[in-house]
Design a protein around this ligand. Structure first.
Ligand SMILES: NC(=O)c1ccc[n+]([C@@H]2O[C@H](COP(=O)([O-])OP(=O)(O)OC[C@H]3O[C@@H](n4cnc5c(N)ncnc54)[C@H](O)[C@@H]3O)[C@@H](O)[C@H]2O)c1
Length: 297
């Protein structure tokens, strides 16, 4: 087996590399737009610095790959709202090109990183894979379009709808940082934890090792097809997350509320029965996962 991970220098990709390296060589294609070279330390394989939109490095990356993990993307909902054309180009046209190049190179399977964002604010909970989709941002639209491209691809391609992934090496800085690393960093330096909106919005936070296990499982299980949720199966409010971070770190930082952000979901709750029935299950709950990050720091 030989693996290609697009976006392998990013947060989830870099954890996936470590999991895959025991099985075979890994090629990473990443333009380092949000990923970091230091995330590739110990890579068992080759790093190609380039864009999925650029045919030459993409063909080079796909050559000989048996399994392709397509994680490279513009990943921020707010950024997709301010730059919709860029989001469409990277996430839709980029996915189309990766699927075509993987099929052309004779890869056996591709796994796409999709998102719970495709469900939008449609109120049915918990979300199953047959729940209505209602994408509420260019990012969500682009992920849904990527799933449709997978369904029509010339090689078997599975899409995993990740809920809110967290874990070590997640960047706490920048305007688009996710809640878990932002809260942990704020608690560490003693500044207020900023919640967008009233904090009653709910999320399913899934630990990154459970996500990379799902990616590996989807790639190596030929019976899987279509879309699957990847989540912990338990949702908590963002306010509860902030309180948990303060309790685990023993810090007394204040909790501050800022205006809700455009495109952000109100509630998010996942059914994970479809993927669980195929043999995958999450193994890290939120307090344990937060503790693992604190121990890794
Ligand atoms: N983190 C989450 O909670 C979450 C939730 C749902 C879905 N996802 C999806 O999982 C995937 C990985 O997300 P992440 O959190 O690790 O984000 P990340 O930003 O850390 O990783 C994305 C990687 O893609 C690379 N990249 C971006 N554009 C590229 C291009 N044109 N060519 C080559 N490389 C490019 C970036 O440099 C980065 O290394 C993304 O597809 C994202 O949409 C993540």
């Amino acid at each position: 087996m030989k693996f290609l991970v697009t976006g392998g220098a990013g947060f989830i990709g870099s954890h996936l590399l470590r999991r895959l390296s025991a099985r075979g060589p890994v090629t990473v294609l990443d333009n380092l737009s949000s990923g970091k070279k230091e995330n590739l330390a110990g890579l068992n394989g080759t790093f190609l610095h380039g864009s999925i939109l650029d045919p030459a490095p993409l063909a080079e990356a796909c050559a000989g790959a048996t399994h392709v993990f397509h994680l490279a993307a513009l990943v921020s909902v707010p950024e997709s709202v301010s730059h919709p054309a860029r989001c469409q180009e990277i996430n839709v046209e980029g996915t189309r090109r990766v699927l075509a190049a993987a099929a052309q190179a004779g890869a056996r399977r591709l796994v796409l990183a999709s998102s719970c964002a495709v469900y939008g604010n449609e109120p049915t909970m918990p979300k199953t894979e047959t729940s209505p989709v209602a994408p509420a941002s260019p990012y969500a639209e682009s992920k849904l379009a990527g799933e449709k491209l997978c369904a029509a691809a010339k090689l078997p391609a599975v899409a995993l709808r990740f809920f809110n992934v967290y874990g070590p090496r997640q960047d706490p800085r920048g305007p688009y940082a996710a809640a878990v690393p932002q809260f942990l960093e704020a608690a560490r330096i003693g500044s207020p934890l900023t919640i967008f909106g009233d904090g009653q919005q709910t999320r399913d936070f899934v630990f990154v090792d459970d996500v990379t296990a799902a990616l590996e499982h989807a790639a190596l299980s030929p019976s899987l097809s279509g879309v699957y949720n990847v989540a912990s199966g338990h949702s908590v409010s963002v306010l509860r997350l902030a309180e948990l971070v303060l309790a685990l770190t023993g810090r007394r930082s204040a909790i501050r509320h800022a205006p809700a952000r455009p495109g952000d979901l109100l509630h998010s709750s996942a059914s994970i029965e479809k993927l669980r029935a195929t043999g995958w299950k999450p193994s890290v709950d939120l307090p344990t996962g937060l503790q693992k990050i604190l121990s890794a720091a």
